[in-house]
Design a protein around this ligand. Structure first.
Ligand code: PGA
Ligand code: ZN
Length: 432
């Protein structure tokens, strides 16, 4: 038997893609296997997320993580020492009990998720397996469906100084036949979109997740430009390559009122839902995330009723990777897909429970990174190991993004004949 007893947990401060401090945890087993993971951080966070514990004070704009690191050293490490890294559920139960709050605010969700993921890495390493394989269990020997990459071309919202109100203008490739081919196609669209921006004198670098900086007259111009980029790159828009939006409406919607700063227009709930539906009709859009604010389930249900036959309606801030919220949203027909972000939940077990709840409710699942990221590639392994429908890690530039795409490429290659990729089935409406 492989000895997966946890011997040591080390906490280290490292730095994320925005140059901010973050938490790295390193777990060593009795036999010397090591697992390491780094907590990511969001910018457009939902209020129901596990708390990202920051020190406040003067250093690094108040964003230092010494308290979260201290919690790992003085509380978490002693509590988990001697436990079995292969029993993720028991480890995570211990973390949840030790924290004792409903939202990981005492220890810090950044401390708990880094440790929880590092424990999984250590167990996989002790078994001499890649993480995806460890997570897949007995399913790993059969065919494995690779996730459909959802890739940002233009950034916006909280990731680009609100220069455009909507947050992510992304593409998916419903007609691609492998994960690698979807990346090939996206690379052409990304390059072409950059060329179009340069021609118009509008190319001004990239936003937080590597998408082109949004220099547009209004929000709709971003959709029109993206459609143009897809077509000029040589693809049939909506069939081969389609648009996915993350509206991230919590950033500009409050109490059922939606105000687009760039467009200088305000909408009430019904008008805004109609506007989103109009865009889905006018552009080759197959997925819309957080079209309404996190506190507007009525609005989410209205959008779902209007567009679910043509596009996925994805809950991110609205669901915050919480199984209970996902079940409630499914009962209310408030969305048709769930974004799954480990650090919103705070442990891997709770993250998996959210994914299972979504799947049981007939929703699509999208494993996602955050806008503040690092070289950590855990999400690529979660998406494959848990057989999620999609993987969302930002744009097609900057190494904290490319590290995840490249890791998924390596996994697909290692799978060889056993790899499956069924992109078209993920999206409604029979496009492609
Ligand atoms: P965040 O953005 O990591 O800043 O929350 C990602 C998203 O909204 O999907
Ligand atoms: Zn989102």
């Amino acid at each position: 038997m492989t000895d997966t007893t946890i011997r040591r947990i080390h906490a280290r401060r490292v730095w994320d893609s925005r140059g901010r401090p973050t938490v790295e945890a390193e777990v060593t087993t009795a036999r010397g296997a090591v697992g390491r993971a780094i907590a990511p951080a969001g910018a457009s966070t939902g209020s129901g997320e596990a708390v990202d514990r920051r020190d406040g004070g003067k250093a690094f704009g108040g964003l230092d993580v010494q308290h979260a690191l201290g919690a790992i050293r003085t509380e978490i490490a002693p509590a988990l020492a001697g436990m079995d890294a292969a029993d993720q559920a028991a480890v995570d139960r211990r973390l949840i009990a030790l924290d004792g709050t409903g939202n990981k605010s005492r220890l810090g969700g950044n401390a708990t998720i880094a440790v929880s993921m590092a424990v999984a890495h250590a167990a996989a390493a002790a078994h001499d397996m890649p993480l995806w394989r460890w997570l897949a269990g007995s399913a790993a020997d059969g065919p494995i469906v690779m996730p459909v990459p959802e890739i940002q071309i233009f950034g916006g919202g909280a990731h680009a100084d609100a220069r455009v109100d909507l947050q992510d203008f992304m593409v998916v490739c419903p007609a691609a036949t492998t994960f690698a081919q979807a990346l090939d196609w996206t690379a052409e669209v990304y390059r072409t979109a950059g060329a179009i921006m340069a021609e118009g004198g509008r190319r001004q670098g990239v936003a937080d997740e590597g998408g082109w900086w949004p220099a547009f007259a209004d929000n709709e111009e971003a959709m029109a430009t993206l459609t143009q980029a897809i077509e000029r790159a040589g693809f049939r828009a909506g069939e081969e390559v389609a648009i996915a939006l993350d509206v991230a409406a919590t950033q500009f919607g409050r109490d059922g009122a939606y105000r687009l700063r760039l467009d200088e227009r305000s909408y009430d709930r019904g008008e805004w839902a109609a506007r989103v539906a109009e865009w889905v009709g006018r552009y080759p859009i197959v997925s819309v995330e957080d079209p309404m604010a996190e506190d507007d389930p009525e609005g989410m249900a209205a959008v779902t009723a209007a567009i679910a036959d043509r596009a996925l309606v994805v809950g991110d801030d609205f669901l915050v990777t919480n199984a209970g919220r996902i079940q409630a949203a499914a009962a209310a027909k408030a969305c048709t897909a769930a974004l799954i972000k480990p650090n919103q939940a705070g442990t891997l077990t709770e993250t998996k429970a959210a994914l299972d709840a979504a799947r049981a409710a007939g929703m699509r699942t999208i494993v996602s990174a955050r806008s503040g990221e690092t070289e950590d590639v855990t999400v690529a392994h979660l998406a494959v190991g848990w057989q999620a429908d999609q993987l969302k890690v930002g744009s097609f530039a900057r190494s904290e993004r490319m590290a995840k795409w490249n890791e998924a490429l390596r996994i697909e290659e290692a799978l060889g004949e056993r790899a499956r990729f069924r992109a078209a089935r993920v999206f409604p409406g029979g496009r492609a």
